[in-house]
Design a protein around this ligand. Structure first.
Ligand SMILES: [Zn+2]
Ligand SMILES: [Zn+2]
Length: 359
């Protein structure tokens, strides 16, 4: 493929004039539309979507748990193939390249210039609009996206490649925590995002302690590299963390579950200088009470993490491209786009892992 002639500004012949888009017209209501296949504008590529994973945002919108504006085109965890390259794209991409779709950036603003491009106004650029429908646009045959926001995944399985975006969030959290080799890090919750954090933390050499109430998820955490397990349905996680850390508490904790008292629990298990990452949103939001003097006296930190900088996405794409992590245990089932409603229903079942939709 690298020998192919430059394709800048050329459309691939095989792109159809129209495509399917699966929209949410309201909670629990899927509607298919046929729209003209978008053309890549200057600086954009057209991606033929091959796999899109259903994340909690789509789940909560579909179930009605999280308010959103309808009609909504979900699907932001996307992998696909470059189908056309618009004018003025930097070299390095060829038609046919397999890519994960991720964050873009302007390269010039304060946040870009200081290496914190998650805060760039273009971080989430690439969300299409088809008439009154909006969203990240993954539940469709194609989408256009800024060329600087697609990341090559080589010959990785395409369903696994769609997990680059959630992995990038965990890579971001572990980069912020920067644990020393063997540092104790607790992960609260072993759903997909908790397990992504287990994988990312293990690559950084941490001693990973997972607390979770579901026995099946605990077993999966063990299989994916967790060093210690806490069955929170049977034992007190705070006391157990103290046991596992010679009474100190943990130097870091990632709250990969935002519900109920999880954040209070995380705060209570911190050691001196302990750092706590708020990784999961909660709907409805549960307030968290901080004792400022305790934070001051013990030099503790609370850190919010929502999405990676570009380097985190790039690193996640490399972990997947070069088969350095195995995320296949996180894939529950695959559905065709025509069964988007069934796929979303399946994703809402308690205990399910990632559901993949393949257009
Ligand atoms: Zn996601
Ligand atoms: Zn910027």
């Amino acid at each position: 493929m690298s020998d192919a002639p430059p394709q800048q500004g050329r459309d691939a012949a095989s792109v159809p004039k129209e495509m399917r888009v699966g929209t949410m017209a309201a909670a629990h209501q899927i509607e298919f539309r046929t729209v003209p296949t978008p053309e890549p504008a200057s600086g954009d590529v057209l991606v033929r979507i091959r796999a899109v994973a259903i994340c909690t945002w789509e789940q909560r919108t579909y179930s009605g748990q999280q308010p959103n504006t309808f009609p909504f085109i979900g699907g932001h965890e996307i992998a696909g193939e470059i189908a056309a390259i618009g004018p003025n794209c930097a070299p390095g991409l060829e038609i046919g390249d397999l890519v994960a779709v991720g964050s873009a950036s302007c390269g010039r603003c304060h946040w870009c210039m200081t290496g914190q491009d998650r805060a760039c106004a273009r971080h989430y650029a690439g969300a299409p609009r088809y008439g009154d429908a909006w969203g990240p646009g993954g539940f469709a045959d194609f989408k256009t996206h800024p060329a600087d926001g697609v990341y090559k995944v080589g010959d990785a399985p395409i369903d696994v490649a769609s997990l680059t975006e959630p992995l990038s969030c965990a890579v971001h959290a572990s980069r912020i925590l920067n644990p020393y080799v063997s540092e104790d890090v607790v992960v609260l919750g072993a759903g997909v995002m908790g397990l992504m954090n287990v994988v990312a933390l293990k690559r950084r050499g941490a001693r990973v302690i997972v607390s979770e109430i579901d026995a099946g998820r605990l077993a999966k955490a063990k299989a994916m590299g967790a060093d210690e397990l806490i069955d929170a349905s049977k034992e007190d996680p705070i006391a157990r963390v103290k046991d596992l850390t010679e009474g100190r508490g943990t130097e870091a904790v990632i709250c990969a579950f935002g519900g109920g008292s999880a954040n209070e629990q995380a705060l209570a298990m911190l050691s001196e200088k302990g750092r706590m990452v708020l990784f999961a949103g909660a709907y409805p939001e549960a307030p968290l009470t901080l004792a400022p003097n305790k934070m001051h006296d013990h030099e503790r930190q609370v850190i919010g993490v929502v999405s990676g900088d570009k380097q985190d996405f790039y690193i996640a794409s490399r972990l997947i491209r070069y088969h350095q992590v195995d995320l296949s245990p996180l894939i529950q089932a695959t559905y065709p786009l025509t069964q988007l409603g069934e796929a979303l229903d399946a994703s809402l079942k308690p205990g399910s892992y990632r559901i993949i939709v393949e257009p």
